[in-house]
Design a protein around this ligand. Structure first.
Ligand SMILES: *Cc1c(COP(=O)(O)O)cnc(C)c1O
Length: 364
């Protein structure tokens, strides 16, 4: 029972089959093949507009290259303090931007508030030589805490960014999970709400290794082809990236996979809350459950080989902070999480039944 992340699952059968199909014949190299062209066309349809899309193999490259097109070395990128770009990418955004500064801001359950961003910008007057110049705002959807910004919340944030001329980047490593949870359109969750550049994740939700950097304003993408090549993310057999993404997008497959993961998280939430003393750190909104467990439950689960990560309590609301003997943990479900795994977790976490009859004791 592995709930450490959604990248512990393999790839969907449909994505794998598409790779086999793409294997035959010859194709032009370096992303000039027919499948890559089809990906861009398919994304244009899904996002209901003209756009420029660049395939890469992982989210770190996607985020870092996206930001390198939005912030010069002397620029600053405003983001949440616990965002993946600030906390999990080993300085890759700083490296690819050539030194732009990431400014981590606070926010409950990893969500930024417009007022927090506005206040930070106010403390950084334009053209002051004391600060890196704010150039971009990066938000994560779904967030690192599994929480979700509504389309109105995204629009409110991008409005603040826009008022200072900042570009807005969205880290969509779990884009599909957020989208199906909100039930809105991809356009509404992005460019219609003011997002300029999107890291469109696909790996965690069923690809082997494929993400797309999407520019809703093609004019902002002029450097991207060169930057991607220099970064070593222009694959000579680019058709294999495209084949994954096409199968992922085909016929709503990506949405089905995310719906499964979210539904599994809902069941997991219910199973965890059925265990004595377990409560949520914040509401579950996508495919991750952040639960505060008493030590005894944690021990039982670990003894039964259930795995999951301990999480930073920094962004918990004050009222849900763990008491001594309690810890915040993250449990993530994937497109492949089964009901059996969740039921096994529930059984493992239950208190031992008190042996009430000799028959039962012998059977045990
Ligand atoms: C997983 C993840 C990424 C991408 O990480 P890679 O390991 O580089 O593919 C980016 N952002 C968030 C929020 C993630 O959870």
């Amino acid at each position: 029972m592995n709930f450490r992340s959604d990248n512990i699952a393999g790839a969907s059968e449909k994505v794998l089959a598409a790779l086999m199909d793409a294997n035959g014949g010859t194709q032009p190299a370096y992303g000039t093949d027919e499948l890559t062209k089809k990906v861009e066309k398919s994304l244009c349809e899904i996002f209901e507009r003209d756009l420029a899309a660049f395939l890469v193999v992982n989210g770190t490259a996607s985020n870092s290259l996206a930001l390198s097109c939005a912030a010069p070395p002397w620029g600053a990128v405003l983001c949440h303090a616990e965002s993946h770009i600030a906390d999990d990418e080993c300085g890759a955004p700083e490296f690819f931007t050539g030194g732009a500064k990431l400014l981590g801001l606070p926010g409950i359950a990893c969500k930024l508030e417009p007022a927090t961003v506005a206040a930070k910008l106010e403390r950084m007057p334009p053209r002051s030589l004391r600060f890196s110049e704010p150039m971009a705002l990066s938000i994560t959807q779904a967030t690192e805490a599994g929480t979700i910004y509504t389309c109105d919340e995204i629009a409110a944030l991008t409005k603040v960014a826009r008022s200072r001329g900042l570009a807005v980047h969205m880290d969509g490593a779990r884009f599909a999970n957020a989208l199906v949870a909100l039930g809105c359109t991809p356009a509404e969750m992005t460019w219609k709400a003011g997002v300029d550049i999107l890291s469109f994740g696909a790996t965690k939700n069923g690809c082997l290794a494929a993400e797309a950097v999407i520019f809703f304003d093609k004019a902002k993408a002029t450097e991207m082809a060169i930057r991607r090549k220099r970064a070593g993310h222009t694959l000579s057999k680019g058709r294999f990236l495209a084949a994954q993404m096409l199968a992922y997008l085909d016929n709503g497959h990506w949405l089905d996979l995310a719906s499964h993961a979210n539904a599994a998280a809902e069941k997991l939430e219910e199973a965890l809350l059925s265990l004595p003393g377990v409560r949520l750190g914040w509401p579950r909104q996508s495919n991750a459950v952040f639960a505060i467990l008493p030590e005894v439950i944690d021990q039982r689960l670990r003894n039964a080989n259930v795995s999951y990560h301990a999480w930073s309590p920094d962004w918990l609301p004050v009222k849900t902070r763990p008491s001594p003997g309690e810890t915040l943990y993250r449990f993530v479900t994937s497109f492949r999480t089964s009901e059996a795994e969740i039921e096994a977790l529930r059984t493992a976490g239950r208190p031992e039944p008190i042996a009430s009859s000799g028959v039962r004791a012998k059977a045990g």
